[in-house]
Design a protein around this ligand. Sequence first.
Ligand SMILES: N[C@H](CCC[C@H](N)C(=O)O)C(=O)O
Length: 267
Amino acid sequence: MNGRFSKMHGLGNDFVVIDAREAPLPMSAGRAQAIADRHAGIGCDQLILIEPSDAADVRMRIFNADGSEVEACGNATRCIPLFLGQDVLIETKAGLLNARLAEGGAVVDMGQPHFEWDRIPLAYAMDTLTMPVGWEHLDAPSAVNIGNPHVVFFGGAIEMDEAARLGAMIETDPIFPERVNVNFAQILSPSHIRLIVWERGAGLTRACGTGACATAVAAIRRGLAKGPVTVSLPGGDLMIDWTPGGSILMTGPATHVFDGEADWERF
Ligand SMILES: N[C@H](CCC[C@H](N)C(=O)O)C(=O)O
């Protein structure tokens, strides 16, 4: 069954985007993992499936490189208006998102963050603004749900190999029953944060949109920053604006690289 796909990215966080509205494409963890494989497949951090929706213009399904289907992907959400050539209301597992075309990318209303321990989720009740937990030299992080789960550590600069070692350990800690995206944030000023993200199901990526949202929200809640905040990731900058009680506005680039064709029966 031959089908077309688009290779896209948001600051180097890369995607295979498949429009399955006319021709449904049955998706499994195994097929998603095979498509995402950078040696035996097409290669991406996340596979994005566009399907029909009764509640919005389209439905977006998100699969990590490890095949896990998840609720939200900020960088991919910015790619959908470019992919469709129009502003778009998108149904996701985390709710409806408004994505508008902007110069070089998109502006996305990422909805409201959640902070209750059982909305992150965590394995048991605790303060999520300053969690009473630690791993090696990292302690007292914040936890935020942006549709997907994030833990945010504030500290100094961290090397990528250290972020990978600690990220892999923390991602699968039993305190996070659905695993977690691990954010290593360095506050440069009240309006500028440097961020490295170990992503659940994908590992270190060049950027993480929901990670940038979670980190800016946690920094604002802790009085370390004030919106709008520039979040500098290895792949580039995102602009995140949020005030307590409101929804998160994320602005940043989206890039279409090439289109291709594949026989999906081979995956
Ligand atoms: N790894 C994430 C999904 C992709 C998020 C990221 N690529 C973004 O831009 O938000 C998770 O398992 O929740």
